[in-house]
Design a protein. Structure first.
Length: 267
């Protein structure tokens, strides 16, 4: 099995640099915010954090490809870094502390590209989560000060805590009835949104979560953290990994139940 220790250490260095850049502009009164063609906001902090990560990757891993939310794809090859400089930009620009920089490394194999390293850093929450294939998933402020993550062992939907982002996406997808059925049947629902539900699945405080529309940079880092914590991460079609344009994550025990409510095979 490949050794991803060096890539994981580099991911932390990248996250440290991004944290410094994003925190410097968080709640700044003169923060510049624009609207992208897809009608989502982008701030100067999004752009500067991604530029900073790309610059460091160019020096440290010049042969690796890069895909980022703000500046697209660059390079080619079997290894590709996936960057979301600020996941939760709407929170960021309103001063809500629930946002994070997502950094993942994907590697090509027989079954296609898969995420092998993931770092999720939420400096305004003073939290960071990370994982690498075969090395487990952890949370803490550094590699030397960390707690291992383990998904929950809840085995019934009636006992499960379900996290989501919003209702509108499920309605647009034609899955609102399944979403409402799941909400009624499970023990607890909360709309935490963005990266956070996946990290809570990984640490066992939430049992299931799902989102109907996502990009690769929203999912790649989260997927490897959830999987290395013993959970499952698929699309709503059941396809493993972050490739389906949407996501379903669970502790593993409840995954088929989750898909029975929200999956693409549901009537």
């Amino acid at each position: 099995m490949p050794d991803y220790h060096d890539d994981l250490r580099l991911g932390h260095v990248l996250a440290d640099a991004a944290d410094a850049a994003t925190m410097e502009r968080f709640k700044a009164l003169d923060l510049k915010v624009e609207t992208k063609p897809d009608m989502t906001p982008v701030s100067e902090a999004d752009k500067s954090a991604e530029e900073l990560i790309r610059s460091q990757l160019q020096r440290a891993r010049p042969r690796d490809a890069v895909l980022g939310e703000e500046f697209g794809s660059e390079g080619s090859g079997p290894r590709r870094w996936i960057i979301d400089p600020i996941d939760g930009t709407k929170n960021y620009v309103r001063g809500v502390p629930v946002w994070a920089t997502l950094i993942a490394l994907m590697e090509r194999g027989e079954g296609g590209d898969r995420p092998v390293v993931g770092i999720v850093s939420a400096p305004a929450l003073n939290r960071r989560w990370w994982a690498a294939e075969g090395l487990g998933a952890f949370t803490g402020r550094s590699l030397t000060s960390a707690t291992r993550l383990t998904a929950s062992r809840v085995g019934r939907i009636q006992d499960a805590s379900f996290a989501y982002s919003s209702l509108t996406g499920w309605e647009e997808r034609g899955k609102l009835s399944g979403f409402l059925d799941l909400s009624r049947d499970c023990w607890r629902t909360r709309a935490y949104g963005d990266f956070w539900p996946y990290m809570m699945v990984a640490e066992g405080s939430v049992d299931i979560c799902a989102e109907p529309e996502l990009s690769l940079w929203d999912m790649a880092a989260c997927a490897v953290v959830v999987q290395e914590a013993g959970g499952r991460f698929t699309g709503l079609d059941g396809r493993p990994g972050p490739h389906s344009g949407n996501a379903a994550a669970s502790n593993g025990l409840l995954h088929e139940d989750l898909l029975s409510y929200l999956g693409d095979t549901r009537g």
